[in-house]
Design a protein around this ligand. Sequence first.
Ligand SMILES: Nc1ncnc2c1ncn2[C@@H]1O[C@H](COP(=O)(O)OP(=O)(O)OP(=O)(O)O)[C@@H](O)[C@H]1O
Ligand SMILES: [Mg+2]
Length: 243
Amino acid sequence: MLKIKNLYVNIKNNLIIKGLNLRIKRNEIHVIMGPNGSGKSTLSYIISGKPKYRIDKGKIYFNKKLINNLSPYEISKLGIFLSFQYPIEINGITMYSFLKNILKNKYNNKELLKKIYKVCNKLKIKKNYLYRNFNVGFSGGEKKKNEILQMLLLKPKLVILDEIDSGLDIDTLNIIFKNINKYKNKNKCSLIIITHNTNIIKYIKPNYVHILYNGKIIKSSNKKIIKNIEKYGYKNIINNEIK
Ligand SMILES: Nc1ncnc2c1ncn2[C@@H]1O[C@H](COP(=O)(O)OP(=O)(O)OP(=O)(O)O)[C@@H](O)[C@H]1O
Ligand SMILES: [Mg+2]
């Protein structure tokens, strides 16, 4: 479904992604971990087509289509969804009108409201939030729930979750991952889950765990590697790579 070949990304003359390769098939869960500043969020932005992020070299294919030069809108239309590490606040636009816009032409007003209410119930989002300005004054956890609300409404084929779990209380974590797993099992979508949380395997069952360091995936393994990271940090993995 997603194929990234020998990717190099430059931001303001700093090489941030340095020869990254990744292949993701349909219905797979890939966890990406790695030290702060290693390029995880940059990778998620690049896949989603963030403007001004320059691909120096390499290719990104989604279902065999080259997406290197597509706009975020075009990439989203193909079925790729990114939930931001730091969701932004937008003053002057309510959550309802934002959702209505991203789902344009898909449902009439009555259907749309029914649809949104249903997902709000699943995520335990109070309906009055729909009439607040988008994310403005929302707590950290409420913003993350809003990301998942958009995901469930847009029905993407590839979901990228950048630290969806950071700052969530235990009940919210359970609600969010219950809904993510349900969506994944029903739609056979693929997931990239970027996290620092070594407890992540309590909530999802990854097919692969990748370690991103200094702009490259230096190790791809299964969930067992997470126990190792919990015990020793990234030191051993990084040293083995440098040797
Ligand atoms: N606009 C920018 N200008 C300069 N440097 C940037 C810019 N955006 C990102 N970087 C640098 O790129 C590197 C990778 O950042 P990125 O946000 O991808 O890291 P990360 O792996 O997601 O880290 P974290 O785990 O802390 O979220 C960092 O050193 C960061 O400072
Ligand atoms: Mg990040």
